[in-house]
Every structure is written in C-alpha cells, then in structure tokens.
Write a protein that binds this ligand. Structure first.
Ligand code: TXA
Ligand code: MG
Length: 307
C-alpha cells in the first residue's frame, strides 16, 4: 500500500475500491494530478470532487465551521457510505470544489481504501480526490475489472488500479448538504433519511440550492442499453427483478436479488453485463423499499433517461 500511496504522492492516479463503488484517486492538494481525473473521466471540470480521508481527525483540514449535526453524522456513520458537504477550508481549492464555497468529504469503509488513505496521510498527504472510476455519465464500476474496462484506454502507465473485490454496497454514497441549519440529502444512498434524522434529531430540509452535483444530472448512471422501468419483458430483452418474479420465455435474466441490499449490490454489474451481451434493452422491476430502495430507484430513473 506504501507503493500505491507513493504513486499518489508522485501525482499519478490510483483507482481504489470502496464499500460503495470504485473511485479514481488523485492527491487532492495537487491541481495537476486532479486535472488528470477530469481528462481520464471525460468529465466537465466545473464538477466538484469528493475528498476521501482516513478518519474524522482530518475533517478540519478540508472544512470549516462544521455544524454540530454534521459532527454527529460523521461520528456515527464514518467510515461509511456517506459524503458530507461542508463549508470549505483554504486547502480545498477551486479545482476540487468546482469554484463553490463548499467541499464534499468522506471516510470510506473498505480495508484497501483505508490502508491507502492512511499510508498516504503518513507520507504527508492530506486527502484523496475520488470520483467514481467511470467515464462521465456512465455506470459506476463495482469491480476492478469494470474499472479497467471503463478507463483502461485512458490511464497512463504509472497509474494504478487496486483490486479489492466486488464493492459491498454497490451504489454511491449518500450525499448530505451540511451547509444549512439542517441536513439535506442531495443524492440518496445506503444512509437513508430516517437514519440521518434519527442520528441528528433534526428533520431533513428540502434542498433548494443550485449546487452542482453531477450525479444529480437527469441522464447519468446509464448503460448503453436502454433501461425500461414500466414494461413487461419481451423475448431478447434483459431483465432484472426480485428473485420471486419468474423469467418469461426468451427473456435474458440478468439478476434475481432476494432483497434491496442485494439489488443494490448487483445492479451495476447487471447493467454492465447487458452491455457486454450486446442487449439493446433492459427491463427492470424496481424495488419498493424506503431504505436503499430509494437510492436504487433514483439511479434507475436517471439510467432510464438514457445517455
Ligand atoms: O460513493 C461515492 O461517493 C463514490 C466513492 C468513490 O466514494 N464517489 C462518487 O464520486 O460517487 P462522484 O464524483 O462520482 O460523485 C460525487 C458527487 C458528484 O455528483 C459531485 O457533483 C458531488 O458529489 N459533489 C462533490 N463535491 C460537492 C460539493 N462541494 N457540493 C455539491 N456536490 C458535490
Ligand atoms: Mg460518479
């Protein structure tokens, strides 16, 4: 892991596993390294990046005036699938925040990610900028093989891809705006509104800020195949639905999750499988749950808008 941390320190990119999806990491205080993230992803460079840190101890480096409720969330859910949007410190440059006055920070819950971040911090690093390791607008990768499939043609020879197996959660972190009087969810994830309200004792606010969240663009998380959400699957189409639902004749079953957690865990690899099989359409019967089911429906709705 020392070696991977040295690669980051030297300004190279290191793709790394987290519990949500794989990230494409760069030294968050090195503007040149960070600019390579944008070119490798093909992402517009006014879209802000999440800074990954090894522990809450580092939060003060990147954020200022952190409200009590945000500290409560960080203490309770980190390491975990939650990103806090906070007022930025001086360290958080425009090349991280997209020129906004806020910064996104997260402590991921994955042994490989934490080992990398700890080694990086021991070598004097402050944090690792890490968007999902996919081309802009495409499905996030949940395996190292999917990272290579997405970015292999764009990475340089000194960039690394760390293999930590399949991501546990499978959809991106919950993003919570903590710049107001109460938390407000900008992107749903495994940490639900009910969990946030229970932890903070506050009612979440409606987000009304014109904050740029690229993951909130209408067409995002989309495979090449068309995603259809309210149709009956026809022969030749891909199909993702709860295990209790039978596969009609001639339909290509891509996944049969038993519950919402499994649904999130397999969703992106099932969408990728449809593309690698050359299917043109995927019918998905959405889960109904109010936990991670909300995040699954959010991503599916955007995937269905197409690329
Ligand atoms: O689970 C995750 O969050 C993964 C793993 C790798 O940590 N990362 C991830 O990063 O999904 P990305 O860049 O693909 O999505 C992060 C979202 C983007 O839509 C970005 O616009 C938003 O977070 N974001 C980052 N900083 C922000 C800020 N200061 N204000 C508002 N949104 C911000
Ligand atoms: Mg992303």
């Amino acid at each position: 892991m020392l070696d991977a941390a040295a690669h980051l320190k030297a300004g190279n990119l290191v793709a790394f596993p987290t519990e949500t999806v794989y990230g494409l990491g760069a030294d968050a205080s090195n503007s040149e390294a960070v600019s390579r993230i944008y070119s490798v992803k093909g992402r517009p460079n006014d879209h802000p990046l999440i800074v990954h840190i090894a522990s809450i101890e580092r939060l003060g480096d990147w954020a200022r005036d952190v409200p009590e409720y945000a500290i409560a969330l960080a203490r309770f859910f980190w390491p975990g699938p939650m990103t806090l949007i906070l007022k930025r410190s001086e360290l958080a440059g425009d090349f991280i925040t997209g020129g906004q006055d806020s910064v996104g920070v997260r402590v991921p819950d994955h042994v490989v990610a934490l080992a990398l971040l700890e080694a990086f911090e021991r070598s004097g690093g402050k944090g690792v900028a890490g968007p999902s390791a996919n081309r802009f607008g495409h499905v996030s990768p949940t395996t190292a093989a999917a990272v290579i499939e997405e970015l292999g043609d764009y990475l340089a020879k000194d960039d690394l891809v760390l293999d930590g197996g399949a991501c546990d959660v499978g959809v991106e972190s919950t993003i919570i705006d903590c710049t107001g009087l109460a938390p407000s969810v900008l992107r749903p994830g495994a940490i639900s509104v009910a969990m946030i309200e229970k932890c903070t004792g506050l009612k979440t606010a409606q987000s009304d800020k014109g904050i740029r969240v690229s993951g909130a663009l209408e067409n995002h998380y989309a495979p090449i195949a068309r995603v259809l959400l309210s149709e009956t699957p026809q022969p030749g189409q891909g199909f993702i639905a709860h295990a209790s639902i039978k596969t009609p004749a001639g339909v290509v079953r891509l996944a049969s999750p038993n519950n919402d957690d499994e649904f999130a865990h397999i969703l992106y690899s099932a969408l990728r499988e449809a593309d690698s099989k050359g299917l043109s359409e995927i019918v998905v019967f959405q889960p109904h749950g109010i936990g991670i089911g909300v995040a699954i429906r959010d991503r599916l709705m955007r995937a269905a808008k197409g690329r």
